[in-house]
Design a protein around this ligand. Structure first.
Ligand code: NAD
Length: 248
């Protein structure tokens, strides 16, 4: 059963990892997909081609999520091409891990701007069109670290916790307009972002995961399909952890 037939979605940071899996799952469920990428035009073109094979409209846009001006331009262009936006997934994110004594102002600013300000940038631009359409689903990809904290990640955890407060507030502001806002909080997912962690840290993580394995990008993407679809019509302002039971 296709759950997103006729819907149009915008996904940020979809050239790889979780964002790419969300784009793939959305297209497989019949959604038209606009997505952003930061650097790799080649990967974006390959993804466009792959998504179109599902019989949906798909288009990649180069856009830096941390820039307010670029978000404004992006949403303008997406609406020109797709006319409507039913679903927005704020997925773009980075880490710049360091202990507080060694963390630079730049590491703090980069993470807060890319992970948190980006969510404001995009939401600010899409809310008007969703209000006009009397409906929409906004999905913000946070992290369990935003709920639990993590040594060496004060910047990342603050940005991800900030996304949760932002989303809950937006859900309260926009509920009367039938716009739902939810957070997905992945645990340890195997992507390029986590590939750099040393084996000792990875082994430690897996010991604490009740389901006994790392998550895949598709594990997260499938929850996003649920939140984007009408199956979740009465779900808003919630945080859904996708972490194999790591955080309960
Ligand atoms: P990734 O590094 O593989 O992919 C991140 C994507 O975001 C890339 O496509 C990158 O180009 C894009 N991006 C980065 N900065 C951007 C910017 N300024 N503008 C536009 N795009 C930008 O990481 P991932 O593991 O796929 O992570 C995706 C999201 O999931 C992130 O928000 C991350 O914080 C979150 N997350 C990941 C994990 C995990 O274990 N991998 C766990 C919890 C949360």
């Amino acid at each position: 059963m296709k759950l997103l037939e006729g819907k149009t979605a915008l996904i940020t940071g979809a050239s790889r990892g979780i964002g790419q899996a969300i784009a793939q799952q959305f297209a497989a469920h019949g959604a038209h997909v606009a997505f952003t990428y930061l650097a790799s035009a080649e990967k974006a073109a390959a993804l466009e081609k792959e998504l179109r094979q599902q019989g949906v409209k798909a288009m990649g846009f180069r856009s830096d999520a941390s820039s307010y001006a670029e978000a404004e331009k992006l949403v303008d262009e997406v609406l020109k091409e797709f006319q409507i936006l039913d679903v927005v997934v704020n997925n773009a994110g980075i880490t710049r891990d360091n202990l507080i004594l060694r963390m630079s102002e730049q590491q703090w600013d980069e993470v807060l701007t890319t992970n948190l300000k980006s969510v404001f940038n995009i939401c600010k631009q899409v809310v008007r069109t969703m209000m006009k359409n009397r409906g929409g689903s906004i999905i913000n990809v946070s992290s369990v670290v935003g709920l639990t904290g993590n040594a060496g990640q004060t910047n990342y955890a603050a940005s991800k916790a900030g996304m949760i407060g932002f989303t809950k507030s937006l859900a309260k502001e926009l509920g009367s307009r039938n716009i739902r806002c939810n957070v997905v909080a992945p645990g340890f997912i195997e992507t390029d972002m986590t590939a750099g962690l040393n084996e000792e840290v990875k082994a430690q993580y897996i010991k604490n995961i009740p389901l006994g394995r790392y998550g895949s990008p598709d594990d997260v993407a499938r929850v996003c399909v649920f939140l984007a679809s009408d199956l979740s019509a009465y779900v808003s302002g919630q945080v859904i952890s996708v972490c194999g039971g790591l955080h309960t």
